[in-house]
Design a binder for this molecule. Structure first.
Ligand SMILES: NC(=O)c1ccc[n+]([C@@H]2O[C@H](COP(=O)([O-])OP(=O)(O)OC[C@H]3O[C@@H](n4cnc5c(N)ncnc54)[C@H](O)[C@@H]3O)[C@@H](O)[C@H]2O)c1
Length: 332
């Protein structure tokens, strides 16, 4: 069965919805259908499942505009196995640490990645690693972007739209971490941390919104911290305030953007094994571990798994939420 529906909006747009029904799971169906859709450049497959009924939605945009695809597929199992296939995803601070792990996880799902970072050397190293894999080299853009600078963000967005034609996912991951307490932190440090950790989220969301609103689709994930939720002696006032601010900002814009089918969620990791914690000494890390019921610090993949969940269709009805990924060190 196939149905055809024309959506509203200013841009020329034709949305084609397919429902393919099979009485039984037929071996090879999925790969055959995927191959067939590769032959039609304007269509991109959002995913298939070889079950009883396979509703699939494709989003076709008219001449001169790039195709974008939404949604997955399996209403019965909620599997959403290929939700990220060809989705255009921006990951800020994506060259190292948690951001890099998110990039790699999204790549494995077939997403198209726009990796933003200040650290050109780390960006180039990551680009080299990723583009060694021929099958994904056309799906990666690395961009040196300072997310505190609106003009750099705007320039990067223009390049993305020229290259991929659209944006589906934004992960606001950039963060700087400082540990000076209130007696030591100076105004310039406060301003730098608030600008980098909090204002950047506002700027990046503003810059991607026109495309997401036009698409009536978007997934935004903001990386906060346990320090935005509870007291912390190992984090500066600006860090804690910026991370608490991200949680409030997430709720506010989730409520405001829900009508455009844009989900906005947050992740609050506890201490995680990346370069950012090199300012802590061994005894501070050992103390942190003691406060974690699961008995270890986080791994970057603990956070990227949560990010994957929040950008895939299984979480479509979750918005404004902050997911604690902290080994049980703070429970609500
Ligand atoms: N690692 C932890 O223990 C931990 C715990 C809780 C929350 N977090 C949060 O997770 C996020 C990722 O942290 P991480 O541990 O991977 O840190 P990281 O230092 O390994 O990575 C951060 C990346 O952001 C980039 N960056 C910094 N400022 C930038 C700017 N102005 N513009 C563009 N890129 C910039 C850096 O170059 C770096 O590649 C941060 O928001 C951090 O606050 C980390």
């Amino acid at each position: 069965m196939a149905e055809r529906c024309v959506s509203g909006g200013s841009a020329p747009r034709l949305q084609i919805c397919f429902r393919i029904s099979c009485p039984v799971a037929v071996p090879g169906t999925v790969s055959t259908l995927l191959f067939a859709f590769r032959l039609v450049p304007q269509l991109e497959c959002a995913g298939f499942d070889s079950g009883l009924s396979i509703p699939a939605r494709f989003h076709y945009r008219g001449q001169g505009l790039s195709p974008s695809c939404y949604g997955s597929i399996d209403n019965r199992t909620g599997a959403g196995v290929m939700d990220l296939l060809n989705k255009v995803c921006i990951v800020t601070g994506g060259a190292k640490g948690i951001g890099r792990n998110i990039v790699e996880a999204f790549c494995k799902e077939g997403a198209r990645l726009c990796i933003w970072d200040l650290d050109l050397k780390a960006l180039n190293a990551l680009a080299q690693t990723l583009t060694d894999n021929n099958s994904i080299k056309d799906k990666i853009i690395t961009q040196k972007v300072d997310v505190t600078q609106p003009h750099e963000i705007r320039k990067a967005i223009i390049t993305i739209l020229q290259t991929f034609g659209t944006i589906h996912v934004l992960v606001n991951n950039v963060g700087l971490y400082t540990i000076d307490d209130i007696t030591k932190e100076e105004e310039n440090s406060w301003n730098k941390i608030i600008d980098t950790n909090l204002k950047s989220v506002f700027l990046c969301v503003k810059a991607t919104l026109p495309t997401m609103i036009e698409n009536r689709y978007g997934k935004i994930v903001n990386i906060s911290s346990i320090s935005g939720k509870k007291e912390s002696i190992f984090a500066s006032p600006s860090y804690c305030a910026s991370k608490a601010g991200i949680i409030g900002l997430t709720r506010c814009i989730a409520a405001q953007l829900a009508k455009y089918n844009i989900n906005v969620n947050c992740i609050a990791p506890a201490i995680t094994d990346t370069d950012i914690i090199s300012i802590l000494d061994n005894s501070q890390i050992a103390n942190a571990v003691k406060s974690i019921p699961l008995g270890r610090i986080g791994k970057p993949e603990d956070i990227s798994n949560a990010a994957l969940f929040l950008v895939k269709d299984n979480s479509n009805f979750i918005t404004g939420e902050t997911l604690n990924v902290n080994g049980g060190s703070f429970m609500e």
